[in-house]
Design a protein around this ligand. Structure first.
Ligand code: GLC
Length: 570
């Protein structure tokens, strides 16, 4: 289908003239829009609850795929076909305003089978390398654009203050300076061809809640809130971030989704943010603490500064409620116009009116060797060597015999963590890549490698055992813990067998956060924090065998054992 901008210049309305300034195109289009058109633009619905016919009938301005919400088959081509189907429906409306489709590509295009999955942000924080993070953003933009999508709900710029938080691994670090520096992810995603709208999230203070409770309450003075949690968002705005997602959490008891001072006065006013403020998933429902949203919650959120509301399934009711609130004068039309102006500006800047359909030339970039090589580089740089007694590392090759054990040695799902193919992540061979064991085998040279997950053969006279232990996947509040978690029974049983056999143990922890291992670490010859490396597990072996010395430094304090910034090398 030809975009309308191909229509003859004589009949083409100004908003379709790509030669005009964006502001002029926005003004012309806005003047042509009914209230229904405008409210449709402010509505973001989830793909499982929307048909293309719905997009046309309700003039929806945005859709998303929630975590794991993929087409069948889950291939890059099927994603692009799905996107084009919805986009064609959006163009089949009187004003033919293209759709803006969002997805959580938070460590690569992680929902898509076969995509490159990069280390989660906590590992990238350990690299202290903003340019590497920018390059990862660029590669992610290419893979996301390869499926047609133009909006990435990333980067998370949380400052994680309590590792009991289930989203610790989505943060770059515990001090503002690290996520502030890693705002380069915004430039990677947005600056270049293809351009993908980035999202600074979750504004404000998501990582500072009491007890690390996800969606909890951040109790700080304004000075502390500004000093700890605002700098990364200021850096993202200075880099031209196109959207900001509001946090589920509250500040001193007032939910961020109802916070006019922080959303309008500070973010839009003081920081000068001119992009889209988007809600989190059904987050408006939480303002009054009761399930579902009410007219009062809708008007409170929109009047506080929300420009687009993520209403995955209840989008029909949302449209009706917001239209009624505007018609009743409880939401000023000026507020609606400001929101729609921001949304349309993003769409014009992305070139969606000229090129609304998937650019299939980027589809081959999904899971490409070049992107996987970049991911492997990031895995190497994110490894943190926490201790290394007697030079246990780097591993010798010639004549050596290693037992590779532990449940996380050969599990793609565990090394990817949450937000990988599914929302919560899962165990097993979830997507192509190299497990940590694959990498050890490939890098072993003349060394003998035996894989024995339960360490039953601990006593067979090994040079050392490489025990890859840690966490199984989780996401968001499902990862919240009342206390800092330690090792589970399976890992402890493996360690007991190794200790009984007297074999030197190199522990590699695959986890989304520091773990409480103080009672055991003294038994180990070496300890490496691998974090959640993603699909290119071979990068861990690059460091274990010394082909690349460890360079990572802790982005978070390791309670009871190692300080923030700790990291050894060879
Ligand atoms: C989730 C997360 C947010 C994500 C959104 C859409 O609940 O809080 O980070 O972007 O919903 O999936």
């Amino acid at each position: 289908m030809r975009p309308l901008s191909d229509s003859p210049a004589t009949t083409r309305p100004p908003y379709l003239d790509a030669g005009l300034p964006v502001a002029a195109r926005v003004a012309d289009l806005l003047a042509r829009m009914s209230l229904a058109d405008k409210v449709g633009q402010m509505t973001q619905a989830e793909r499982a609850s929307v048909t293309p016919a719905d997009v046309t009938a309700y003039r929806l301005g945005s859709m998303l795929s929630g975590g794991g919400s993929s087409p069948t088959p889950n291939t890059a081509r099927a994603w692009a076909d799905m996107y084009d189907g919805y986009q064609r429906a959006a163009l089949d409306t009187p004003l033919r305003v293209p759709l803006l489709y969002g997805v959580d590509a938070v460590h690569g295009h992680n929902n898509v089978h076969g995509a490159t999955i990069f280390p989660h942000n906590i590992g990238l924080g350990a690299t202290r390398d903003p340019e590497l993070v920018r390059r990862i953003g660029r590669a992610t933009a290419e893979e996301v654009a390869g499926t047609g999508i133009h909006w990435d709900f990333a980067p998370c710029l949380a400052v994680v203050r309590d590792p009991r938080w289930g989203r610790t691994y989505e943060a770059f670090g515990e001090v503002p300076a690290i996520p502030e520096a890693m705002a380069t992810m915004v430039s990677g995603l947005q600056d270049g061809v293809p351009s993908v709208l980035a999202t600074a999230k979750h504004y404000l203070g998501d990582g500072g809640t009491t007890g690390g409770v996800d969606r909890g309450d951040t109790r700080l003075s304004e000075a502390e809130l500004r000093a700890l949690h605002l700098p990364p968002f200021r850096a993202a705005v200075e880099r031209g971030v196109g959207s900001v997602m509001v946090s589920y959490s509250a500040w001193n008891g007032l939910p961020l989704h109802a916070h006019a001072y922080l959303l309008t006065t500070v973010l839009k006013g003081e920081l000068g943010f001119d992009g889209i403020v988007v809600s989190d998933y059904n987050a408006v429902d939480l303002i009054d603490g009761e399930p579902g949203f009410t007219p009062e919650e809708v008007r409170t959120a929109v009047n506080a500064g929300l420009d687009m509301v993520m209403v995955p399934s209840e989008w029909r009711r949302f449209i009706a409620v917001l239209c009624a609130e505007v018609e009743a004068g409880r939401v000023p039309m000026a507020r609606v116009d400001d929101a729609v102006r921001r949304i349309l500006t993003a769409k014009f800047r992305l070139g969606l009116f000229e090129s609304p359909l998937a650019d299939r030339s980027w589809t081959p970039s999904v899971g490409s060797p070049a992107h996987r090589a970049l991911a492997r580089e990031a895995v190497r740089a994110s490894q943190v060597l926490l201790h290394n007694d007697g030079g246990a590392l780097p591993l010798a090759r010639a004549g050596a015999r290693y037992l590779v054990t532990g449940r996380n040695a050969d599990d793609m799902g565990h090394q990817c963590g949450g937000w990988s193919i599914t929302w919560q992540g899962s165990s097993g061979a979830i997507t192509p890549g190299t497990t940590i064991l694959d990498g050890i085998r490939a890098a072993a040279g003349g060394a003998e490698i035996v894989h024995d997950p339960g360490a039953e053969r601990a006593g067979d006279g090994w040079t050392a055992a490489i025990a890859v232990l840690g966490e199984a996947p989780y996401a968001e509040f499902k990862g919240d813990r009342p206390e800092l978690p330690g090792l589970d029974e399976a890992d402890l049983a493996v360690l007991a067998r190794l200790r009984a056999a007297g074999v030197p143990v190199v522990v590699v922890l695959v986890s989304g956060r520091p773990l409480d291992v103080a009672a055991h670490a003294g038994d180990w010859a070496a300890l490496v924090a691998a974090w959640l490396p993603g699909t290119e597990g071979a990068g861990v072996a690059d460091v274990l065998f010394g082909d690349h010395p460890p360079a990572g430094r802790l982005p978070v304090t390791w309670p009871g054992l190692y300080p923030f910034g700790h990291g050894l090398s060879y």
